[in-house]
Design a binder for this molecule. Structure first.
Ligand code: ATP
Ligand code: MG
Length: 418
């Protein structure tokens, strides 16, 4: 990609409502722009990072036998009335009518829609277990949207659902998701922990949350030495104590702030019972299916990753989230044909080596190009000016350790590959 075809939207100023560093940097680096409260447009650089996260998730879920589908975001109220949540969910559920005066809502979560799908197509234990997921926009009319995409009203979530003939089958699948999630957050190089959690609006009898540890997290976690533990919500119930300090005194646990990036639930028969999702089991008995559901907040991960990976220059992406493998910064290519030609050659040879490269061919000063790419957070910076075009070399700069070295194109390709 060349910047002439791949617009970057960096800017100096941030609105005063951007309280946390990730929100500020996402606006400065041109990843997002606000449409209205809790709603953001994802610009090219931001969307590229989302796609990287999505692909890590897709691969890990396919690996445990979970297959992708896509459900409509506008959901008929009839299903929510069947499950009982039309009355229970409260004002976070955005409701509206169509031209025929029928009630609908914008999907905040999809237990009803998927249970309806499966009850129509599955009737025997022979078709189970079954695992499906989707990656789509969810809408929750949050009372206080804040921290940019961290607590938005419209956000991208991966939601997976599993269906079983027995509790034992659900239990073993739940463990598969737990380890798939662990692999996903490890692969994304996030510093995270798994805690016991409350099932909230979704329901069920057992759940775990995955938290990225960060000062700006909205959740209070109580953790032991190995960073295992529970959400404060659970600790309150368990120790019958409303005060974190007292629980810490009683248990010796430590208090950390977390950003909830994933949440898995054993739903049991909650939805299959109310929505009559039945199967014939091995003993020819008709029973309600057992279900699990498994969410990951994809857009929230982007903000959480930035909270953990930033410095005075901007974002410092871990490799798996970095929007490009490297940037080519050309100096005066618009004025000197030899420099332009050498830059094009380097660019093409990097493409041939399967590297994902952005080539900054703008008529902008070297200083400004540097600032932009250090802000956006690429670690590998390739500089091409007069010297390099004469020597047929490049100058390689590493954002993290600030080293700078002139080298051959072959060497640079190897360094960038890592
Ligand atoms: P929270 O406690 O943060 O409100 P939740 O427990 O209501 O979240 P779940 O129903 O568990 O959320 O949804 C699955 C995942 O979707 C969450 O773990 C989180 O990563 C993400 N998510 C939930 N609400 C939002 C939001 N308003 N903005 C961005 N991501 C969200
Ligand atoms: Mg949750």
């Amino acid at each position: 990609m060349k910047v002439s075809n791949f617009p970057i939207f960096t800017q100096k100023d941030v609105p005063s409502e951007a309280e946390v560093i990730s929100h500020q940097l996402m606006i400065k680096a041109g990843m997002i722009r606000k449409l209205s409260s809790g709603q953001y447009t994802w610009l090219p650089i931001g969307l590229k990072i989302i796609k990287k996260i999505e692909n890590v998730i897709r691969k890990a879920l396919n690996h445990i036998g979970c297959v992708e589908i896509l459900m409509p975001s506008v959901q008929p109220s009839e299903l929510w009335k069947e499950s009982g949540r039309w009355d229970q969910y409260g004002p976070e559920l955005l409701r509206f009518k169509d031209r025929h005066d029928r009630d609908f809502c914008l999907g905040p979560t999809f237990e009803e829609v998927i249970t309806d799908l499966i009850r129509k197509d599955v009737s025997s234990y022979k078709q189970l277990p079954l695992n499906l997921f989707q990656i789509s926009s969810k809408f929750r009319d949050e009372i206080r949207p804040r921290f940019g995409v961290m607590r938005a009203r419209e956000f991208i979530m991966k939601d997976a659902y599993s269906f079983h003939e027995s509790q034992e089958s659900l239990d073993s699948t739940y463990e598969l998701y737990k380890s798939a999630y662990t692999n996903i957050f490890q692969e994304l190089m996030l510093d995270f922990t798994i805690v016991d959690a409350d099932s909230g609006n979704i329901g069920g009898n057992e759940s775990n949350e995955f938290h990225v540890i960060a000062e700006t997290g909205e959740d209070d976690l109580l953790l032991d030495n190995n960073l295992n533990g529970m959400n404060f919500e659970i600790a309150k119930l368990k120790y019958k104590e409303n005060d974190i300090q007292s629980i810490i005194k009683d248990t010796g646990m430590v208090h950390k702030k977390g950003i909830e990036v994933g949440h898995i639930f054993k739903l049991g028969q909650k939805y299959s019972e109310s929505m009559k999702a039945k199967i014939t089991n091995k003993d020819s008995k008709i029973i309600n299916m057992f279900m699990g559901c498994y969410g990951i907040g994809i857009t929230r991960i982007v903000a959480a990753a930035i909270e953990q990976n930033n410095d005075e220059k901007g974002i410092s992406w871990p490799k798996p989230l970095c929007p490009f493998d490297a940037v080519i910064i050309e100096i005066d290519g618009d004025k000197n044909i030899e420099i332009r030609k050498h830059s094009e050659d380097v660019y093409n040879s990097m493409l041939k080596n399967q590297l994902d490269i952005i080539y900054d061919d703008r008529k902008v000063s070297l200083g400004n190009k540097f600032k932009d790419w250090e802000l956006i957070g690429l670690n590998n910076i390739i500089i091409i000016g007069k010297n390099e075009s004469i020597n047929k070399t490049v100058t390689y700069k590493n954002r993290k350790n600030e080293t700078k070295e002139e080298m051959s194109i072959e060497n640079m390709v190897n360094v960038v590959r890592g």
